[in-house]
Design a protein. Structure first.
Length: 384
């Protein structure tokens, strides 16, 4: 830039100007020569300044470079060291003025060789200190939480065992009761019904068979008593058998109700205990990192999960069995009604046709016949 400006100044100086005034006398030759020499000197000074600026841009000063703490890499064989920078030659001046030169090459420190790129290792996430599988959480839990989990697991096993045993028992009992009820409805009298229900073995089986046997036994035992009392006593005996059969069929369902109502609270106790231990561990570790907090809370919540697994099926199975037992007792009640109807028809048939009545009913009526005749001979009391 400086050289370009000096060149423009020299050209402008040497350019002839238009003469508006009368021409002056021409200058002397020595003055022109001196002016040309001055312009050449200025041009040389500008060129030297430009070379110095370029050298400073290529080699930064040593004071701006921070010291490198890492060890220098080993020199690679076969590569020659970098030589000093070559300075531009100075432009001679006619006036004997030496242009400024660039700094000595030895004064500028050599540039440090480029460091090889360091391989960046990928960051790895810290592994959780516990196994978060159900078995791992159980093994890492406190002894109290373990006891709660074992108890709830045992309650769940008991629930499914009762379901299997009681389901088979109810299915078999309902099948026998339904078959016996159909035989009672198709029989003509109690003796025929008892023979059909007993079958080839000659033994009354099932709760309906027990009801029928109780009615026949009470009829025999009441052979010397009145007819009206027989029906009442047979009805009482049948009601007691129905209640006993219902209690027998409902055996074990009370345990289901207990498990269904208490298992969630037992699991909640294990959860509270586990969370207390988790908070104690947090205070000892002095950190709220999720990797430290999560395992203890997960172990605590596992107790509640096991409690719900034990309670929900127990409640459902209990309700199913309650409805099934109610239906079974209704079947027994229908069978009792059929037995009482057969007994009433047999007694009425014996009164009208003694020879056509079955043997148990005939013996009963023969025993009470004198009482009935005496009662018929009594004078009737008028309502007036």
């Amino acid at each position: 830039m400086v050289a370009l400006k000096l060149r423009h100044v020299a050209v402008a100086t040497l350019r002839p100007r238009p003469q508006t005034a009368p021409e002056r006398a021409p200058r002397s030759l020595p003055a022109k020569r001196a002016l040309i020499c001055a312009l050449v000197a200025l041009l040389a000074i500008g060129t030297g300044s430009l070379a110095l600026a370029q050298a400073q841009q290529i080699q930064p000063p040593a004071s701006n470079q921070a010291p490198v703490s890492s060890p220098a890499p080993a020199a690679t064989p076969g590569l020659a060291p970098a030589g000093p920078a070559t300075a531009l030659p100075p432009v001679p001046s006619q006036f004997g003025i030496a242009p400024p030169t660039a700094a000595h090459p030895a004064a500028a420190p050599a540039l440090a060789p480029a460091q090889p790129p360091v391989a960046v290792q990928p960051a790895t996430l810290p592994a959780l200190p516990h196994d978060l599988s159900p078995w791992g959480m159980f093994m890492a839990a406190d002894i109290v939480v373990k006891a709660v989990m074992v108890g709830l697991a045992f309650a769940s096993v008991v629930t499914w065992t009762i379901w299997l045993a009681k389901a088979l028992e109810l299915a078999a009992a309902k099948a026998r009761a339904g078959r016996a009820l159909r035989l009672l409805q198709s029989a003509a009298n109690l003796v025929e019904a008892s023979g059909a229900i007993a079958g080839k073995g000659g033994r009354l089986r099932g709760d309906v068979g027990v009801l029928l046997g109780a009615a026949l036994d009470e009829t025999k035992r009441s052979s010397d008593l009145g007819e009206d009392g027989i029906k009442e006593r047979v009805s009482i005996a049948l009601a007691r058998i129905e209640a006993r059969a219902g209690r027998s069929m409902a055996r074990g369902t009370g345990l289901l109700a207990t498990i269904g109502s208490t298992a969630p609270f037992v699991g909640l106790f294990g959860t509270v205990w586990g969370i207390m231990n988790s908070f104690i561990g947090i205070s000892q570790a002095k950190t709220t990192n999720l990797a430290v907090v999560a395992p203890g809370i997960a172990e605590a919540l596992l107790a509640t999960a096991i409690g719900l697994v034990a309670a929900i099926p127990a409640v459902i199975i209990y309700n199913v069995f309650a409805r099934a037992i109610t239906g079974y007792r209704a079947t027994l009640s229908d069978a009792s009604g059929e037995i009482l109807q057969h007994l009433s028809r047999d007694l009425e048939r014996q009164r009208r046709h003694p020879a056509a009545a079955p043997a148990p009913i005939r013996s009963t009526l023969q025993a009470v016949q004198p009482t009935l005749q005496a009662a018929a001979a009594l004078p009737r009391v008028s309502a007036e």
